[in-house]
Design a protein around this ligand. Structure first.
Ligand code: FAD
Length: 363
């Protein structure tokens, strides 16, 4: 017996869920979305992400479990599927205790603390000796992580799904239940998986007012420092951060950033861009030639994306709206890639529960 599955949304959450579900030939998967890989839009978070694996889940939380579960699949893609656009990078993390309690400090609290839980997950973890720390840093660590070229990885996921028989269509829905009538077979879907990110705030049948945007501004440059660097905070503002990551396969280096809550301005702020570039060179002088300042950065573009944060954490749960079985998988804030496999595996478990309870047709 086959299962008719509709996935609403083609960001990293929808595509990872489609990738996993389409591996079972019994699942007939239709992915429907307003935006698809290749689009750059303020309503579509996934293309703007760095994206790297910098665990931030609180120890003992489901978030920690999702990030832990995501490391092995990302590592395997790195090792076995270089065409997916993911590569290993040396990673340096610096902590300034004075950032504790700020918006940036709270976001990075688990990432920057000494002996974090993820020291047993990522390879080559090492605490930096005092001699390798600048005087304004209190502690630091080094490990191997990954950086994803989203412009390659998202289309790669689509390619895998299409090879498995999944069908992709552009469509915009005002109500989640309507998506059940848009399965490519013409039959009603057995289940709709909601991966609409921040749009679940306004999508009929969901209207989740726990969602809010956290604005992230980035500069993409051609310079390659050869390592990823993140710092717990800045002296420029409590919701500004510094991170540097180089995407695989010629994707350029992403320099960030900020974490501006409830700010949805899609236009890059030029003053913030200058601060972002200055801070990046300050913490990682290798970005430019000796003696150079921001004039040494070769800018590809400026960008802004909105992280789909949700009070209480992502929503991964079963629901029923107007008689349509739904499984939600949205609200992944600034960690949608690094938790993608963990969250999608949990979604798949819930989808299986829904499918097991569906009425069997009479023989
Ligand atoms: P989205 O990517 O927003 O996708 C939503 C999908 O739903 C789209 O296809 C959209 O068209 C569709 N949709 C919505 N409403 C409708 C509708 N009504 N009808 C039809 N389709 C609809 N995460 C990391 O793990 N590591 C990082 O390094 C990282 N860096 C980031 C840097 C920046 C600057 C930003 C902005 C984010 C970063 N993130 C990072 C977070 C990550 O990008 C998000 O968590 C993730 O992209 C969310 O993906 P999503 O699929 O849930 O939502």
């Amino acid at each position: 017996m086959s299962n008719n599955i509709v996935i609403l949304g083609a960001g990293v959450s929808g595509l990872t869920t489609a990738y996993l579900l389409s591996q079972d030939p019994a699942n007939k998967v239709t992915v429907l979305a307003k935006h698809m890989p290749g689009d750059y839009d303020i309503e579509y978070a996934s293309p703007w992400a760095g994206a790297n694996y910098m665990p931030v889940g609180k120890k003992g939380s489901p978030h920690q479990a999702w990030e832990t579960a995501t490391w092995a699949p990302l590592k395997e893609l790195c090792e076995k599927n270089p065409d997916a656009g993911i590569h290993f990078q040396d990673t340096l993390i610096y902590n300034r205790k004075k950032d504790q309690g700020t918006a940036a400090g709270n976001w990075f609290a688990e990432l920057v603390q000494p002996n974090p839980w993820y020291m047993n997950v990522v390879p080559d973890f090492k605490t930096l000796p005092q001699s390798e720390l600048r005087s304004d840093m209190d502690n630091g660590q080094k490990f191997t992580s990954v950086c994803i070229n989203t412009a390659i990885y998202l289309p790669w996921l689509i390619g895998q799904c299409v090879k498995n028989g999944a069908v992709f269509k552009r469509e915009v829905f005002k109500h989640i239940a309507d998506a059940a009538n848009a399965h490519h077979t013409g039959q009603k879907a057995d289940v709709v998986i909601n991966c609409t990110g921040l749009s679940s705030k306004t999508l009929g049948g969901v209207l989740d007012d726990k969602l809010f945007p956290v604005r992230g501004q980035i500069v993409v440059v051609r310079n390659d420092p050869g390592e990823m660097v993140s710092v717990s905070g800045t002296d420029d503002g409590e919701d500004e951060v510094t991170y540097i990551m180089t995407r695989a396969a010629g994707g350029g280096t992403i320099i960030g950033g900020c974490c501006q809550e409830n700010n949805s301005d899609p236009l890059p702020d030029p003053n913030l861009a200058t601060r972002i570039m200055k801070r990046a060179i300050d913490i990682c002088p290798k970005l430019v030639k000796p003696g150079q300042g921001i004039e040494g950065l070769d800018i590809i573009r400026h960008g802004v994306g909105l992280r789909p944060y949700r009070r209480g954490g992502p929503r991964i749960e079963k629901d029923e709206v107007d008689g349509v079985k739904i499984v939600h998988n949205y609200g992944h804030g600034g960690f949608g890639y690094q938790a993608s496999f963990g969250c999608s595996e949990e979604t798949v478990r819930l989808v299986k529960e829904v499918l097991q309870s569906k009425p069997r047709s009479k023989l």
